[in-house]
Write a protein that binds this ligand. Structure first.
Ligand code: SF4
Length: 386
């Protein structure tokens, strides 16, 4: 029969190791378990699906711009999205903003300390609840991010796919077992230690078992299968789409404004601005026809499509796109927000206040690298003369 998991020993070793080896990070300005809850919340949301190195700058700028939950609640959504620009998964920023308003309006600015109350805030799932309750309030509540899943599936030598519901339930049980066995007052440190161990020693490709504080209790390391854990279900292939986008000039390129549109408030890239366009459909003769159709459907205007400005490859979580950006000229109709939340004519050098997705930033870069000398001629850059 399999030995029981030695939770108390694991928790104790983790906490001792963490005292000596934790990295200094800007959101760790107080001991784990006694951190300001607002900073814990912001950093944990930023760290979802995002590398620590990327988050550091964003976190520091965010805290300078919105130092308190009240400051965040008082900001408008566009300012919040602008601050988040480039970090991806924009629903996180929209939810931070909504939740801040809820904390201020319904809880007088004080974060609730009960699981059930926290779960009612937008964007706060099981993982974030555990992080907030343990790192800010030292409650023995489990957390389960990618790092913790990897460490636990190695410690317990779980040979079932990590995505399976039964495996996830088991991992939550293990995570709870570890944090509940933490020495008194060390629940936050214990949770942070297991995340830190996964980030620094128990890494996906090269776990450093020789210097790991858990090597004597690690089942996968004991039988040499640590690199085969966690077991991953086979990946489905990622669909790919061709997308056409237009840099639509009101008249002469660069010396007249161009058209940008705002995406609907919810869904992928919700609330961000972009160059209008859409997905190539089988019924489109080519990308230019696709762009004319999309612009008619989204804005009810006619355009003349010119040369390709740039091509951008971009990967989202569940699909990839090749974005073909074209110069275009507005030839008829007044824009209407039919398939978008809003639209604006903006000078090409006045785009900075608008939050754009990463792929559209590459179009802006190409635009700024364009031949500005043509702007004075009145001739369309890359456009047939009309
Ligand atoms: S002994 Fe190796 S596999 Fe096990 S937890 Fe430590 S680093 Fe990970």
């Amino acid at each position: 029969m399999m030995e029981p998991i030695p939770y108390a020993e694991i928790a104790q070793r983790l906490v001792m190791w963490h005292r000596q080896h934790q990295r200094a990070l800007p959101w760790r300005n107080a001991p784990a378990g006694a951190r300001p809850v607002y900073a814990v919340w912001v950093s944990e949301i930023m760290l979802q699906q995002t590398r620590v190195e990327t988050v550091i700058d964003y976190f520091e700028r965010w805290m300078a711009r919105f130092p308190t939950v009240e400051a965040l609640a008082a900001a408008d959504l566009q300012t919040v999205l602008k601050q988040w620009e480039g970090l991806g998964y924009y629903a996180r920023a929209r939810n931070l903003h909504k939740a801040a308003r809820q904390v201020v309006d319904e809880h007088a600015g004080a974060f609730p300390q009960q699981r059930s109350q926290l779960r009612k805030l937008p964007g706060i799932g099981e993982y974030t609840v555990g992080a907030i309750l343990s790192l800010a309030f030292n409650q023995p509540e489990p957390i389960l991010d990618g790092n913790v899943k990897r460490v636990l599936s190695r410690l317990a030598d779980i040979d079932q796919p990590i995505q399976a519901t039964a495996t996830l339930k088991l991992l939550w049980r293990l995570a709870r077992g570890v944090v509940e066995a933490a020495p008194t007052g060390a629940a936050g440190a214990c949770n942070e230690a297991i995340m830190e161990l996964g980030a620094t020693l128990c890494t996906p490709e090269n776990p450093r078992c020789l210097i790991c504080p858990l090597s004597s209790v690690c089942r996968a390391a004991a039988i040499g299968v640590q690199r085969q854990r966690p077991v991953m279900a086979p990946r489905k292939s990622t669909p790919h789409f061709d997308v056409a986008a237009g840099v639509i000039w009101q008249d002469a390129p660069y010396s007249s404004p161009l058209l940008i549109t705002q995406r609907p408030p919810e869904g992928l890239l919700g609330g961000l601005w972009e160059f209008p366009g859409g997905k190539l459909e089988p019924t489109d003769a080519d990308l230019r026809a696709c762009l004319r159709r999309e612009i008619d459907e989204e804005l009810g205007i006619a355009i003349e499509v010119g040369e390709r400005l740039t091509v951008v490859q971009h990967a989202y979580t569940h699909f990839r796109i090749t974005l073909h950006a074209f110069h275009a000229r507005h030839t008829g109709g007044e824009p209407q927000a039919i398939g978008c939340a809003d639209w604006r004519w903006v000078a090409h050098d006045q785009l900075a206040p608008y939050p754009f997705p990463v792929a559209d930033h590459k179009i802006i870069e190409a635009l700024h690298n364009g031949n500005l000398s043509d702007s004075t001629s009145g001739a369309m850059v890359g456009m047939p003369e009309s």
